[in-house]
Design a binder for this molecule. Structure first.
Ligand code: ATP
Ligand code: FE
Ligand code: MG
Length: 351
């Protein structure tokens, strides 16, 4: 099954073609991502109106390139998928409307994909991971531990009570004068810093419920930065290193709590999976690798190109849903808010 996927929920305009041939990993035939970083850099974050206009400008070219790179025409597709949320509504409308229009003119089934479900299912595209698995979804807008039980069947075990992990990286980067998006910059600076110079808290450490809290840590970084100012390059490196070390400890401890909660209800997971933009972080991946080793399960993290927002994950989620006969109407409305537990649409779904 060949599916075109379109992603426009945030600040990446993306389209891709993937092939799904039964269980087992899929094949990414093309994956075109046009990031809007420069358009938003001056503001230290994504500006919704600028993002929506940039999606309009870029999308036709991105879709054409995705089809050309894959060497397929619209006729050859078995379906068209577009992210219908959650995200910035202006951008979602652009991608969703284009996806519907393409499905209509090519007379193909349409799939309205939950962006978070697409992050969640990426490990099946790359590694063919079997259900059920424990997922840490860590992105700019979300930080959740989920039991992934099947397509459309997700149970949230824990979530952040305040900031998302990626958001914490972005805010720390902003307060230290590093660019946007902040995660890669903080990771880079942390690599040459001393993680022991500043003692930062590990919020929620040891709690049984697998929830996160990051705003206290973020505030602690701000207070230390203010106390140390004016900051030289070494100060910035050390603040980044201390912050990242705290985050790594928090992630490992919270994921361990998530694994316990998972085991109580569902037995052993087939894998520990990490998804979302923060999954690109090397030390976080390493910490989860260690936890997976303790649990005796494989750790699966998508390759870097599939961690952040991309069209391949949307195409894959669409393919998984279409394979189950889940086709969406062309009047499917954008969903700026769309919690993953509510994505349940598979036959016999139990949320
Ligand atoms: P959501 O998926 O929740 O709607 P989003 O689409 O903005 O949010 P992604 O694009 O999946 O999120 O991820 C972007 C986030 O990942 C940003 O907050 C960014 O700082 C963070 N990130 C990217 N690379 C790294 C890294 N190496 N270390 C830490 N964080 C990172
Ligand atoms: Fe995302
Ligand atoms: Mg993004």
């Amino acid at each position: 099954m060949l599916v075109l996927g379109i992603e426009t929920t945030c600040d990446e305009t993306a389209a891709a073609v993937v092939r799904r041939s039964g269980e087992g990993p899929g094949e990414v035939l093309s994956n075109v991502v046009r990031a809007q970083f420069e358009a938003h850099a001056a503001f230290g974050g994504v500006v919704p109106e600028i993002a929506a206009r940039a999606h309009i400008d870029a999308l036709d070219g991105v879709v054409a390139k995705a089809l050309a790179d894959a060497g397929v025409t619209l006729d050859a597709l078995d379906g068209v998928a577009a992210a219908a949320g959650p995200g910035l509504v202006g951008g979602v409308i652009v991608g969703l409307t284009s996806g519907k229009a393409l499905a209509l003119v090519a007379d193909k089934p349409f799939s309205a994909v939950n962006h978070l479900e697409a992050h969640a299912l990426t490990a099946r595209l790359t590694d063919g991971v079997a259900f059920p698995y424990l997922l840490l979804l860590a992105s700019g807008g979300h930080t959740q531990l989920l039991a992934v039980l099947g397509v459309g069947r997700y149970l949230r075990l824990g979530t952040t009570l305040d900031d998302a992990l990626g958001e914490a990286f972005d805010k720390v980067a902003k307060m230290l004068g590093l660019g946007y998006p902040g995660g890669p910059q903080v990771e880079l600076r942390a690599a040459s810093g001393d993680p022991a110079r500043f003692a930062f808290p590990r919020p929620m450490h040891g709690r049984a419920e697998p929830n996160f809290s990051l705003s206290g840590l973020k505030t602690a970084v701000r207070l230390e930065a203010e106390r140390t100012a004016p900051l030289n390059e070494t100060d910035v490196d050390d603040l980044c290193a201390g912050f990242q070390a705290a985050v790594v400890d928090v992630v490992a401890n919270r994921a361990r709590a998530g694994a316990r909660a998972f085991a109580e209800r569902f037995g052993a997971p087939s894998a520990l999976v990490v998804a979302g933009g923060v999954a690109a972080n090397g030390p976080i991946r390493q910490a989860l690798q260690g936890l997976a080793g303790d649990l005796g399960v494989p750790m699966v993290a998508p390759p870097l190109a599939l961690c952040g927002d991309n069209g391949a994950m949307i195409a894959w989620a669409g393919a998984e849903r279409l394979a189950l006969g889940l086709v969406d109407d062309l009047d499917f409305a954008p969903r700026p808010r769309w919690p993953l537990d509510a994505a349940s649409a598979a036959p016999g779904a139990k949320a």
